[in-house]
Design a binder for this molecule. Structure first.
Ligand code: TEU
Length: 611
């Protein structure tokens, strides 16, 4: 059943009494190599995660998502998997995994795994066999193609198509031994699986059942919308955040069919307690409706990418541009409306592939701190981090918190190219500077703003050496694999939680609100003042109650238009630390957010809003 462009399904109101558990849930993403190091070797691990579970339970999150912990040569920090059914010794053992899972469940949280099945590592046994000869039994498990006719394999331009990799250069890798190219949309060590081969699909489904039988609660599915490739043909250059060729495989011809098959083979009959979220770069709303329509049984929700591409210039992510708040509001509102009653949104502003949200969208205060205005810097970092958190968490959907976000970790002051670790950053620099002759200063400036490495420094737990990342941090071996952000003495979980302005405590309140207030979990979203350049304002409405969210996302005071004021409203939540009694403020201070409860006709609600 090919559903490339089916009609959008009918909308239907959300019935809170009948809604799946994950509609009220908040997910916390752990990037294990940088979360906590339990054995003091400088590399995060399962023991480290276990030692910090109380921090997460205290935050109030419902689900932990672990980025990959499987055996891997780590060319892409574990997104290159060599064995799907084991744990990389750097992270621990299967036994430790079982213990972590049990300890997570004991605290009332669930745990989902990262499922990376668009590609494997080139060290996976499937690929070792596939590349061993053209006649290998598993040759067809990957995508092998001859050089372009008339070209000598391995020379520039001989690639079967002009497609480009997400990580710079061609999407095809020459294999001298068997005289063919293999497809790899990401790093050269990440060959793409051939999903059109049913043996591949059923091997993946069996592996997924094995993890579910072990007790995991679902999967985050890496680039799952790229698994069905279309025609292997040259494409015309186009301006897009996606690499050249993506229109041939993003949301490809059989992707919905494969996800429905996966659901039947893996989840059917046991999905009520599980959750799935598909990572889907380059996915328009029309496909999101198909992926997440519950009646189609594909995935519960997806990560869309449009909103995190709005500060990319014409040249893509390495050509950063200023974000226009009006575009972001219009985009998020379109997704809120487009999936209302039809599917489900995931909500995120950062993750392990994105810069830190407080540095990218707010004001991380580091400029003020450098000038000696520590108090001003800390004030603005708190205010902008919490304002953005409220704007995101009070939308309809399942919010995702990325490690360190809950106490305002920031981007990193990278000096030179040697400070970058990520394959994407390193490849881009080499291509831009060495092959295309770009000015290294310009390339570095863009890298500093946009690199994924910003999100990957060790979590700053306290102000001890290396931010308390490693057990036995004072031992020489405990030097973290990537240096801790130098601001760790000021910005760390312990300091934040002890502060009168605690970002962590604000997240706790947001998360609790979703659990206790059905308006937050299910209310319809309506954007106010779409053309306002400072203000992000919206209402959420369910039955006779509404919440009005007004956030000043700027460093200047902002007068509230009359559409955003409600006389006599109850103040539910604010990030202001003084003078907050009045539910009907006329002016929002820089980065101030206010959430008030009202009745739908504008009168006083009197309802308990939950905090
Ligand atoms: O990311 C896929 C993806 O499209 C991006 O977020 C990507 O990192 C970015 O566009 C590059 O500019 C997923 C994982 O989240 C990422 O960490 C992996 O590197 C990638 O897939 C390959 O598995």
């Amino acid at each position: 059943m090919t559903q490339h462009t089916a009609n959008a399904p009918e909308t239907h109101p959300i019935d809170p009494a009948d809604a799946p558990w994950w509609t009220r849930a908040v997910v916390y993403q752990i990037y294990p190599r940088s979360f906590a190091d339990g054995d003091g070797d400088g590399f995060g691990d399962l023991a480290g995660i276990r030692s910090r579970l109380d921090h997460l339970a205290d935050l109030g999150v419902d689900v932990l998502w672990l980025s990959p912990i499987y055996p891997s040569p780590q060319h892409d920090n574990g997104y290159d998997i060599a064995d799907y059914q084991d744990i990389d010794p750097r992270f621990g053992t299967l036994e430790q995994f079982d213990e972590l899972l049990a300890a997570t469940h004991e605290r009332g949280m669930k745990l989902i795994m990262d499922l990376v099945v668009n590609h494997t590592s080139d060290e996976h046994a499937w690929f070792t066999e596939s590349r061993s000869s053209r006649d290998a039994a598993r040759r067809d498990w990957y995508v092998w193609r001859d050089p372009r006719p008339g070209f000598t394999g391995g020379t520039p331009g001989a690639e079967p198509t002009n497609w480009r990799s997400f990580f710079s250069g061609p999407a095809w890798q020459w294999d001298e031994a068997t005289g063919q190219y293999y497809l790899r949309l990401f790093a050269s060590q990440q060959p793409d699986l051939n999903w059109d081969n049913p043996d591949v699909r059923h091997a993946v489904y069996a592996m997924m059942r094995w993890w579910l039988d072990r007790g995991v609660d679902g999967f985050r599915m890496d680039v799952i919308n790229l698994i069905s490739k279309g025609e292997y043909v040259d494409v015309e250059p186009a301006t897009s955040s996606m690499p050249l060729g993506a229109e041939q495989y993003a949301n490809g011809p059989r992707v919905h069919e494969y996800l429905q098959e996966m659901h039947r083979e893996v989840f059917a009959g046991r999905d009520a307690e599980l959750m799935t979220v598909g990572e889907t770069p380059g996915t328009p709303l029309e496909h999101a409706q198909l992926y997440t329509d519950p009646t189609r049984a594909e995935v519960d929700m997806i990560f869309q990418f449009e909103h995190v591409g709005l500060d990319h210039g014409k040249g893509g992510k390495w050509d950063p541009a200023t974000l226009d708040l009006r575009h972001l509001k219009a985009n998020l509102a379109r997704w809120q409306d487009g999936l209302y009653g039809r599917g489900w949104n995931s909500l995120y502003l950062n993750n392990h592939d994105q810069p830190r949200l407080v540095s990218r969208f707010g004001d991380d205060g580091q400029a003020a701190v450098e000038q000696g205005n520590v108090e001003d810097g800390e004030r603005v970092r708190y205010a902008s981090a919490t304002a953005w958190a409220a704007v995101l968490h009070l939308q309809l959907g399942t919010p995702f918190v990325y490690q360190g976000e809950e106490f305002g970790m920031t981007n990193v002051p990278f000096a030179g190219i040697d400070d970058f670790f990520d394959v994407e950053a390193v490849n881009h620099y080499a291509e831009a500077v060495q092959q295309q002759g770009a000015d290294p200063r310009d390339v570095l400036a863009a890298l500093r703003l946009m690199t994924r490495d910003n999100a990957r420094t060790p979590v700053q737990w306290d102000d001890s050496v290396h931010g308390g990342f490693s057990a036995g941090s004072d031992q020489p071996d405990a030097t973290p694999w990537m240096p801790v952000n130098p601001n760790y003495a000021m910005i760390n979980a312990a300091a934040d939680r002890a502060s009168s302005r605690s970002i962590f405590r604000f997240y706790q309140r947001l998360i609790a609100l979703r659990h206790t207030d059905d308006v937050v979990a299910f209310g319809r979203f309506d954007l106010l003042e779409p053309e306002h350049e400072q203000l992000f304002a919206y209402t959420r409405t369910l039955g006779d109650r509404a919440l009005l969210v007004t956030a000043n996302l700027s460093g200047q005071p902002c007068a509230l238009p009359s559409s955003c004021r409600r006389a006599g409203a109850d103040l539910v939540l604010t990030n202001a630390t003084e003078g907050t009694d009045d539910g009907d403020a006329a002016v929002l201070r820089p980065w101030e957010v206010r959430v008030v409860a009202v009745s739908v006709d504008g009168g006083e609600s009197g309802a308990d809003a939950g905090v």
